[in-house]
Design a protein. Sequence first.
Length: 226
Amino acid sequence: MLTVAVLLSGRGSNLGALIGAQNEGLPIRLVLALSDRPGAPGLELARAAAVPTLAIDASAYRNNKAAFEDALDAALQASGCELVVLAGFMRVLSADFVRRWHGRMINIHPSLLPKYPGLRTHQRALDAGDAEHGASVHYVTPVLDGGPVLMQVRMLLCAGNTPEAVAASLLPLEHRLLVASVALIATGQVQLQGEQILYRQQALQHVLQLEDGEDAAGADSPADPT
Ligand code: GRF
């Protein structure tokens, strides 16, 4: 049973996906939902599912990022989590903090990394005229959205799409992507060794793809724990 903490700043729908997966038997235990914003709706979602919650109000630490991160670190350690999932956590973590959780922290990002790290990813993909877009789950390193990518999900973009429509289409795919990625880690099929992802004890040569129509329980899915 992998113990998991989720860091979020807002809605928390990805946390919701993990709660659903836990309830359906994914071998994880959500031990903490932590937000840097006390009013984040995701905290309500966690409370309703009896997941322990904590808010560490970043605005109270405006001039002291190190103290904020020390509080974050202490809370994560106290939770006993083995994996930290950044899911809509809108704060850039320092290299020092990230190194403390090396190999134990993943992020879900709404683009096909290495394309479009940072913000406004859907708008940027549309502006570039990309035919394809998607989301990535990657291990967190000090380079923003730059750590080794574990798995991606893809979608087609059409002329005339709006960023809002793209976000709405992508979100359910993100949920499946995150659950499948966490499933791989929880079942011991994936680890990070240095900067290299190991998949079933072999160096991962190509980013895994969540194929359309498959999910973590799918027989041929890369997340299939058999
Ligand atoms: C998702 O689009 C995720 O990819 C990005 O932030 C959003 C979080 O959504 N990092 P939610 O709070 O999980 O609903």
